[in-house]
Design a binder for this molecule. Structure first.
Ligand code: MTE
Length: 330
C-alpha cells in the first residue's frame, strides 16, 4: 500500500534514520490516514546521533523534500550510517572509510553536466536546469557490489530516460557513456602515483538499458541530499547490475554509436565485463557470486543471503538480454 506523507517534509528531517526505518516498518501494517495520525508518537521521538546533513543548495533540498515517497519496501533498509560510511569511491582512496573521511572538500555547487555526442541538443547544463520541472521520486533498490556485499537504499532521483529524451538522441545513438569529475586537488585518490584506474572514472550502458524505467539518476538518499561519498551531486543507479556500473559525481553524459570505454573492463576485462549484470551462476574468476553479505553484517550475524538473478529484477529486465549468452556477455 502506498502511503503518502506531507510532501514538504522529508521524513529524515524530522526523524533520525532509525526512527525513519521503524516508522516505515510500522506504516507497512498501518491502515489509512487515521493510522498516520496515530504515528505522531514516533515522529515526536527525540533525535539521537542524527548525522550532520550533507551540504547542498537550498533549491535542491527543497526539491528533494517534495519527492514522491516509495511504496514501502518488503526488505529492511540498510542503516544510513552504513550506507554513508562503507563506500567504494576510489577517487578518495581504496579503504571503505576513505570516501566518507576524505570527500569533505569536494565542491559540488555549482555543478555542470555536459550532454554530448549523438543528441539533437548537446551542451553544458547547470544541474539546476537539468532538474527544473523534474518530479523527484524515492526508490528503494538493492545495491549488489561485485565484491559480494549488498545494501538496500532509499534513493531520491528520476529516470535517466526522462533526461535523455529531453536532449533527443539521434538514430545513431546506441550507447550512453558516463564520466566522473576529475579534480585531483579535491579527490586525493586521483593523485596516487600507483593508481590502477585511468582517471576520470568512466562507465557505460547500452541505450535500451539506459532507457529502462528502473535506471535512475540519483541526487539524494534517505530523504537528504546525496552525501559526497555516495556520489554527489548526481550519480547513476542501475539496480540489476554490479555496483561499479553505478557511476558517481557525473560531469558528462555522451550518446555514442559504439560501445564506450569503461574503467573496470579496461583494467581487468576477464574479471569485469561491460554488462556486469548481477548473476549468481557466473562467478568472478576469484570468488563465487552465488551469495552476498547483506550489510550490516558482523561476526555474530554475518547475514549471508543468496544472490538473486539480476539482483531480483529479472522480471523487469531479463528481456533486455534475450538470446544473449550471459557467460560470454558477463
Ligand atoms: N563511481 C566512481 N566515480 N568511482 C568509484 O570508485 N565505485 C563503484 C560505484 N561508482 C565508484 C563509482 C562501486 S565499485 C560501487 S560498489 C558503488 O559505486 C558503491 O556505491 P556506494 O559507495 O554509494 O555504496
Amino acid at each position: 500500500m502506498l502511503i503518502r506523507r506531507p510532501s514538504d517534509i522529508p521524513s529524515s528531517e524530522i526523524t533520525p534514520e532509525s526512527v525513519y526505518l521503524n516508522r516505515r516498518q510500522w506504516m507497512k501494517g498501518a491502515a489509512g490516514l487515521g493510522a498516520i495520525a496515530l504515528s505522531g508518537g514516533a515522529l515526536a521521538e527525540p533525535v539521537h546521533m542524527a548525522p550532520a546533513d550533507p551540504k547542498g543548495p537550498a533549491w535542491l533540498k527543497n526539491q528533494i523534500g517534495k519527492a514522491t515517497p516509495a511504496a514501502d519496501s518488503k526488505e529492511e533498509l540498510t542503516p544510513y550510517q552504513h550506507v554513508t560510511t562503507y563506500n567504494n569511491f576510489y577517487e578518495f582512496g581504496y579503504d571503505k572509510s576513505d570516501p566518507s573521511n576524505k570527500s569533505g572538500k569536494l565542491s559540488t555547487d555549482p555543478w555542470q553536466v555536459e550532454i554530448a555526442g549523438e543528441v539533437a541538443k548537446p551542451g553544458k547544463y547547470n544541474l539546476e536546469d537539468i532538474l527544473k520541472g523534474v518530479t523527484l521520486e524515492e526508490r528503494v533498490y538493492r545495491l549488489r557490489c561485485v565484491e559480494a556485499w549488498s545494501m538496500v537504499i532509499p534513493w531520491i532521483g528520476f529516470p535517466l530516460a526522462d533526461l535523455l529524451k529531453r536532449f533527443e538522441p539521434t538514430s545513431k545513438a546506441k550507447y550512453v557513456a558516463f564520466t566522473t569529475l576529475k579534480r585531483p586537488e579535491e579527490m586525493p585518490g586521483q593523485k596516487a602515483r600507483l593508481s590502477t584506474i585511468q582517471w576520470p572514472y568512466r562507465e557505460g550502458l547500452r541505450l535500451d538499458e539506459a532507457m529502462h524505467p528502473l535506471t535512475l539518476l540519483a541526487v539524494g538518499l534517505y530523504g537528504k541530499i546525496l552525501p559526497n561519498q555516495n556520489g554527489a551531486p548526481l550519480r547513476l543507479v542501475v539496480p540489476w547490475k554490479y555496483g561499479f556500473k553505478s557511476i558517481k559525481s557525473i560531469v558528462k553524459i555522451e550518446l555514442t554509436e559504439t560501445q564506450p570505454y569503461t574503467s573496470w573492463s579496461a583494467i581487468a576485462p576477464e574479471e569485469y565485463g561491460f554488462y556486469a549484470n548481477v548473476n549468481p551462476k557466473v562467478d568472478h574468476p576469484r570468488w563465487s557470486q552465488a551469495q552476498e553479505r547483506r550489510l550490516p553484517s558482523g561476526l555474530l550475524r554475518p547475514n549471508i543471503i543468496p544472490t538473486q538473478m539480476f539482483n531480483g529484477y529479472a522480471e523487469q529486465v531479463a528481456s533486455l538480454y534475450n538470446g544473449m549468452d550471459l557467460r560470454t556477455f558477463y
